[in-house]
Design a protein around this ligand. Structure first.
Ligand code: GLN
Length: 282
């Protein structure tokens, strides 16, 4: 234990931040301290001058050491906010990203609020996309697929925690568990990084499931599979929305057009990079 006790809790955040790198160090240290204490920010605001106990210091120290070694904050605290939902995440699931909220917005623009629509989320991970849509469209029925039982358990827990009964989870690869049904909208944030890409060895990505990140030598293997199968699982006029890397928009637009989709377009994320490509069946 390296903290010079006695130490106030607000000073402990500063000490912790000094141990972490990057622009988010202070925010991360606070988040980890709150997790160690089992408290929220409002509590800390009122109790910043309380002394840290030895047990608290040991717990905080352990979390800081793991973070300093690279483990993502979301896995250390087991939670990540996405859309309006606080989600459980584990190393079996990708950590939901703010970019993916763009895909949710684009999906909701295509899903009238009062209609009993059928929506699919392929490779649901923590359930982020499926649950965000289900929460905004209570009359929609959402089917979420994943090959990982561990991920499906997490997604299922998240649905239960938020009381979302209009989502159904099915185990299997991409659209395979959808066979025979037709949907109004299919969304996916599939793996889209090329195998061997150096980014896979950096930051949070080192700790996330490889199968949720990388897909084939050009990163497009999963997307090709989804685009090829999607027309059989969509109603006439149904939409497919795919999240992808900032250099993949053109390739994916071409894939969608070849597969017979119309109104094919790419939307940008908050950093003005290509992020979501979508198209509609005639
Ligand atoms: N759909 C989940 C998310 O967007 C998981 C995506 C994935 O594992 N590639 O967070």
């Amino acid at each position: 234990m390296t903290f010079p006790l006695p130490l106030r809790l607000d000073a402990a955040v500063r000490h912790g931040a000094a141990r972490l790198a990057g622009p988010e160090a202070r925010h991360e240290a606070e988040h980890l301290l709150l997790h160690a204490l089992g408290r929220d920010r409002a509590w800390l605001f009122a109790h910043g001058t309380d002394p840290m106990t030895t047990d608290q210091a040991v717990a905080f120290e352990a979390l800081l050491a793991r973070r300093a070694a690279g483990e993502p904050v979301a896995y250390l605290v087991g939670r990540r906010g996405f859309w309006t939902l606080d989600l459980r995440v584990t190393p079996a699931t990708l950590i939901p990203r703010p970019e993916t909220e763009r895909l949710v917005e684009l999906a909701l623009e295509r899903l009238p609020g009062d209609a009993p629509l059928r929506v699919a989320d392929l490779g649901t991970g923590s359930g982020a996309i499926a649950l965000a849509i289900a929460s905004e469209r209570p009359r929609a029925r959402v089917v979420a697929t994943d090959t990982s039982d561990d991920a499906l358990r997490v997604a299922h827990d998240n649905a239960a925690a938020h009381g979302l009964a209009n989502v159904e989870f099915r185990r299997g690869s991409w659209l395979a568990p959808l066979s025979g049904e037709r949907f109004h909208l299919i969304a996916s944030n599939p793996p889209y990084i090329a195998e061997g890409d150096p980014h896979l060895g950096q930051g949070d990505l080192r700790f996330e499931p490889a199968g949720a990140l990388a897909s084939g030598t050009d990163g497009l293997a999963a997307i090709r599979e989804i685009v090829a199968a999607a027309p059989r699982c969509l109603r006439a006029g149904g939409w497919v929305l795919l999240e992808h890397g900032w250099e993949q928009g053109e390739s994916i637009r071409a894939l969608l057009r070849q597969a017979g989709f119309m109104d094919v377009d790419t939307a940008q994320d908050l950093e003005h990079r290509d992020r979501v490509t979508l198209g509609r069946l005639p």
